[in-house]
Design a protein around this ligand. Structure first.
Ligand code: CNA
Length: 238
């Protein structure tokens, strides 16, 4: 670990073309549970598994249940950025980091000061009416009860990508090209299980692929540097 940290620090010190690609593990140290860790949402008890509740089909058929789970588990109004979010924002400000590409929907990178953030799965901080597209404040969805309705009768929903829904093409293609052109790609806090986002790793062509994750991932053998640990703790040593 010591040696891996030293190598990573050297790489980062001498680069101005770093791209970061992360997932739910980046925010667990901010108190937001991920999906697959032992205390993650998949291991908590609900009537339905999270993957079912967070699907478009479920949202259509059981919007009341969806919003109970959503308000209970997916929004985290009191969460604040941790050392990983803050370090990434600092590197961007220093001209070292080109972009953060995230699967997270919590907005913590922006709260930390990151400007170039590509949100593959959207954000809980934007809400809109499905029918007339009117924009709503997140408080309209978060603070109410039941299914939030627009004055036109449509359902007001968060701008997040549910299972069975497609990703934004522009965000995907910009992510691919940033990764393709990156000198260093740091992947952190993601199980690399959710596609198509997880497939982005295949666009990297360089020789400084860094993986920082608490548990093993399917891409460990592909990486040039693997650190198993908490990303906030790792980043605070860089
Ligand atoms: P995941 O499948 O739950 O995997 C998270 C990974 O992070 C696991 O491999 C953990 O071992 C690892 N991990 C947990 N804590 C840490 C830590 N402190 N340091 C390093 N690694 C850690 O989550 P993915 O992001 O891979 O899956 C994609 C889903 C999860 C996306 O659709 C997200 O929208 C969704 N999600 C997002 C949030 C959020 O916005 N904060 C929270 C929960 C789920």
């Amino acid at each position: 670990m010591e040696q891996a940290l030293k190598t990573l620090k050297n790489w980062i010190d001498s680069s101005n073309n770093i791209v970061f690609f992360g997932g739910a593990g980046v925010s667990t140290e901010s108190g937001i549970p991920d999906f697959r860790s032992v205390d993650g949402l998949y291991h908590q008890k609900y009537k339905f598994p999270p993957e079912t509740i967070l699907s478009n089909t479920f949202f259509r058929r059981n919007p009341e249940e969806f919003y109970i789970f959503y308000r209970d588990k997916l929004i985290a109004p009191n969460a604040r950025p941790n050392a990983a979010h803050l370090k990434l924002a600092q590197w961007e400000q220093e001209g070292k980091l080109k972009a953060v590409i995230t699967q997270n929907i919590d907005g913590l990178h922006q709260m930390a000061g990151s400007r170039k953030v590509l949100e593959l799965h959207g954000s809980v901080h934007r809400c809109y009416c499905e029918r007339c597209r009117k924009i709503y404040l997140e408080s309209f969805v978060n603070e109410g009860t039941g299914v939030p309705r627009c004055s036109c009768g449509g359902i007001v929903r968060p701008d997040v990508v549910l299972y069975e829904e497609g990703l934004d093409n522009h965000i995907m293609s910009e992510s691919m090209s940033l990764i393709r052109d990156a000198e260093i790609l740091i992947i952190g806090g993601t199980s690399l299980n959710v596609y198509p986002a997880a497939g982005l790793i295949n666009y990297y062509r360089g020789n400084k692929l860094v993986l920082i994750n608490l548990s093993e991932t399917p891409a460990d053998s592909q990486a040039d540097l693997v650190i198993h640990g908490k990303i906030g703790e790792v980043f605070s040593q860089l």
